[in-house]
Design a protein around this ligand. Structure first.
Ligand code: PEP
Length: 251
């Protein structure tokens, strides 16, 4: 099977002001025809910048994504944003189930599944984030945890078009630690097999499975060379245009 076209997505988390448009401009300038030929790019800024970034990115082939969405389309949910609102602001992707949402907002697999469904309803591609904690890894439960999260978080209407999986070991996020390439290969292989059951024979090989957790220019090429790694979800390093572009260039 052909490998899916890789995607490098930047998760800006709660970082970025209007002045950060400069960073997006630098990313656009560095997204050369050579790089465009190899890899898709997406930037997930805070919601306050989403509309502006989407307008800036028109014509550049850089996609813009939200970092979370509500499961409902509209209503009395103060402070929340629907997938339809993100799409209306110009997003084509949305992260769902990021470990920081699971940890600080108590999101469970069922919530994540509902949010991914909402993303699909709004025509967005859901980047469903999964990954084990340090305790779970040390207890030898990584594969079981990842399978359970996948089964619980991936909605039944998922396709290679509207679903991306991001495998992010929680202990690797923002810590500078990364799993070995052998560990990444094992987990991504299990995710691929599980996707066969979840999205079906015709599509499962085309679903992009990103690795996330302390990806930086110095380790990107090695991580992205691993079988079944179809790109990266990048936190800290996505805030610096030259680092983000160097990571994308790792392909
Ligand atoms: C993330 O939180 O999605 C992430 C990958 O963070 P970092 O790259 O900073 O580890």
């Amino acid at each position: 099977v052909d490998r899916p076209r890789p995607l490098v997505a930047g998760n800006w988390k709660m970082n970025g002001l209007k002045s950060s448009a400069k960073v997006l401009g630098e990313i656009q300038a560095g997204y050369t025809p050579g790089l465009k030929a190899k890899v898709d790019l997406a930037v997930c800024p805070p919601a306050t910048l989403l509309g502006m970034f989407a307008l800036m990115a028109v014509g550049s082939r850089i996609a813009v994504g939200g970092q979370d969405c509500h499961a409902k389309e509209l209503g009395a949910y103060t402070g929340d944003l629907s997938a339809e609102m993100l799409a209306d602001a110009g997003a084509t992707y949305v992260l769902v189930g990021h470990s920081e949402r699971r940890q600080y907002h108590g999101e469970k697999d069922k919530d994540v599944c509902d949010k991914a469904l909402a993303a699909h309803r709004a025509g967005l591609t859901a980047i469903v984030c999964i990954g084990e904690t340090r305790e779970e890894r040390e207890a030898g439960r990584t594969l079981a945890v990842v399978k359970k999260q996948l089964r619980g978080s991936v909605p039944a209407d998922s396709t290679a078009q509207n679903l991306v999986i991001a495998y992010e070991p929680v202990w690797a996020i923002g810590t500078g630690l990364t799993p070995t390439t052998a560990d990444v290969a094992e987990v991504h292989g299990v995710i691929r097999e599980e996707l066969r059951r979840l999205v079906g024979k015709a599509e499962y090989a085309k679903v992009r499975i990103l690795y996330g957790g302390s990806v930086k220019p110095s380790n990107a090429a090695e991580l992205m060379a691993v079988e079944n790694v179809d790109g990266a979800l990048v936190g800290g390093a996505s805030l610096v245009a030259s680092d983000f572009l160097a990571i994308a260039g790792g392909y």
